[in-house]
Design a protein around this ligand. Structure first.
Ligand code: ZN
Length: 138
């Protein structure tokens, strides 16, 4: 019998066991990996399907049926169609998850076109007089 140092024998045993383990469990590992990849693919397909029926309009996503608006952050980041809550003001929506508010184009235009208001009547009167003078052309 040949003498083999203990360290080398242990290494050889370890190598042998590793080789055997790989042989035995390779199929199982491949199956597991396959399942993981399938799950990833399913998620991608589901997201693609969801995005196919979503239309980006007016700062948020809307369903093809006209449902909505849906939160764009929830949709793009978490792949969830999260309907936005209507705010107290018409045209303002909020995401219940992100606590963010979305202003619709209608609301923004209303804000831009609303009449100027001053805290005191004298300032309001001065503004109105200046405006009427400007309209009159002097
Ligand atoms: Zn959100």
């Amino acid at each position: 019998m040949i003498h083999v140092p203990t360290v080398a024998a242990n290494e050889a045993r370890k190598f042998g066991f590793e080789w055997l383990r790989k042989r035995l469990f390779r199929e199982k590992e491949l199956q597991k990996e396959n399942q993981q990849l399938k799950a990833q693919l399913d998620a991608h397909v589901a997201f693609d399907r969801l995005m196919a029926e979503m239309v980006y309009r007016d700062g948020a996503y809307w369903n093809e049926d006209g449902d909505g608006p849906f939160c764009k952050v929830c949709l793009l980041k978490d792949h969830v169609a999260m309907p936005l809550d209507e705010g107290a003001t018409r045209g303002v929506y909020g995401c219940p998850v992100h606590d963010t508010s979305y202003w619709s184009r209608d609301y923004r235009e209303r804000q831009a076109n609303r009449p100027v208001r001053f805290r005191t009547w004298s300032k309001q009167r001065a503004y109105l007089e200046a405006q009427s003078r400007r309209r009159a052309g002097y």
